[in-house]
Design a binder for this molecule. Structure first.
Ligand code: BMA
Length: 316
C-alpha cells in the first residue's frame, strides 16, 4: 500500500514536473487571459497539445503547442487553431476542454470538445488528420454535457463515448454507443459520484482513456464543494479491456490534489483538471497534462506499472 505524502496525495504515484507550469499566458504569441485544460496526443513523433485558450472577452478557442520531449521548448501556433464556427450556433460562446484520440479505423484524430451555446454546454466532435484542417461532425448529444471522449476503437461493432451529462442536478460519468458516430443510445452510468466522499458533487472524465494490458485506465476529476469553493481532485479507475462499460477497480483515495501555488492561485483556485495524457511506451512513463487553477498548463508524470498495481489493490 502506498502512504499518504505530506502534501496529501498518494506518495510517489504522480510527480509534478519541476518546470511547472509548462505553459502560461505570458508565453502566448497573442494577448490572452489563460491557457489550460489541453488535449494531448503524439503527432509526427512529437507531443501535441491542443490548449484551451481563454481570450480577453472570456471566450475560449483551441491552439496547438508542440514539443519534442513533451516537457520543454514548446512551439506555440502564432494564432488560434480551432475557433468557433458561425455555421455551428452551439459554438457561439467558445470551445473548451478538448480530448483527443486517434481513430485508426478512420485514420484520423477525433477531438471531442465542449461547445458553449447561448443556453448551456454540450459536446461536439471534430475530426482531423493534420491539426490544420478540421471536419466538424457537430454536436453529439443535448446539453448539459461536458468531459467527453471517444474510445479509439469499436467494441462489438459500436463506437463508445464517455461523457458527463448533468441530469436532475446529478453529475456522473456516463457511456453511450453508436454505429456511426451520429446516433447514440444504450445510455448508462459507469462511474457515479460518491455521496460524502471527496468526489461527492461531480465526477467527470479527465484524460482520454488509456489502453493497458490490464484494462482501460480512467483518470477522472472529482469535485467536492467546500465552504471556500469547489475542490477539483483526481482519481483513478480501471475498465474492462473488451467490455469497457464494466468497472473493475476504482480507487478510494484521490491521487492528485491542488497543493502548489499555481494550483491554488489563478482564475479558479483549488483546481487540478487533467485533460490529456501521452504514454512513453519505452519507459512506461505516463505524462499527464492538466489545467491548474483555470490559468496555466502543468505536467505530472507517473509510472504506468505503479498506477496499475495501485489500482489493483483498490476495491470497487
Ligand atoms: C469545470 C469545467 C472546466 C474547469 C473546471 C474548474 O466545470 O468548466 O473547464 O476547469 O470546471 O473551474
Amino acid at each position: 500500500m502506498l502512504d499518504a505524502a505530506s502534501n496529501g496525495d498518494v506518495r510517489s504515484l504522480f510527480h509534478r514536473y519541476p518546470g511547472n507550469p509548462i505553459l502560461t499566458s505570458s508565453l502566448w504569441p497573442y494577448p490572452v487571459n489563460a491557457v489550460f485544460n489541453p488535449g494531448a496526443t503524439e503527432f509526427q513523433g512529437e507531443t501535441l497539445l491542443l490548449v484551451r485558450v481563454e481570450d480577453l472577452r472570456g471566450f475560449s478557442h483551441l491552439t496547438v503547442a508542440k514539443s519534442k520531449d513533451g516537457k520543454t521548448n514548446w512551439r506555440i501556433s502564432p494564432g488560434p487553431t480551432l475557433q468557433p464556427d458561425d455555421g455551428f450556433q452551439e459554438e457561439q460562446y467558445g470551445l473548451e476542454d478538448p480530448r483527443i484520440v486517434y481513430l485508426s479505423e478512420e485514420g484520423k484524430y477525433a477531438i471531442t470538445y465542449v461547445s458553449f451555446s447561448g443556453e448551456s454546454p454540450l459536446i461536439s466532435l471534430a475530426m482531423t488528420e493534420d491539426f490544420n484542417s478540421f471536419h466538424r461532425v457537430g454536436s453529439l448529444l443535448p446539453p448539459e454535457d461536458k468531459d467527453a471522449c471517444l474510445f479509439p476503437r469499436r467494441f462489438k461493432d459500436r463506437f463508445v463515448l464517455i461523457h458527463r451529462p448533468i441530469i436532475r442536478s446529478e453529475a456522473h460519468i456516463w457511456m453511450c454507443f453508436s454505429p456511426d458516430l451520429r446516433h447514440w443510445g444504450d445510455h448508462r452510468v459507469v462511474i457515479a459520484r460518491r455521496a460524502r466522499w471527496w468526489d461527492c458533487h461531480k465526477v467527470g472524465l479527465g484524460t482520454q482513456p488509456i489502453e493497458t494490458p490490464d484494462g482501460w485506465l480512467i483518470i477522472y476529476h472529482g469535485v467536492r464543494v467546500a465552504a471556500s469553493g469547489s475542490l477539483y481532485r483526481v482519481g483513478l479507475a480501471l475498465l474492462d479491456l473488451e467490455e469497457p462499460w464494466k468497472v473493475m477497480c476504482r480507487c478510494d483515495q484521490w491521487v492528485l490534489s491542488p497543493t502548489t501555488a499555481y494550483e491554488q492561485v489563478g482564475d479558479v483556485p483549488g483546481v487540478v483538471f487533467p485533460t490529456g495524457a501521452v504514454l512513453d511506451r519505452n519507459s512506461n512513463q505516463l505524462r499527464i497534462y492538466y489545467g491548474a487553477a483555470d490559468k496555466v498548463v502543468a505536467l505530472a508524470t507517473a509510472d504506468l506499472g505503479e498506477i496499475i498495481d495501485f489500482l489493483k489493490e483498490c476495491r470497487l
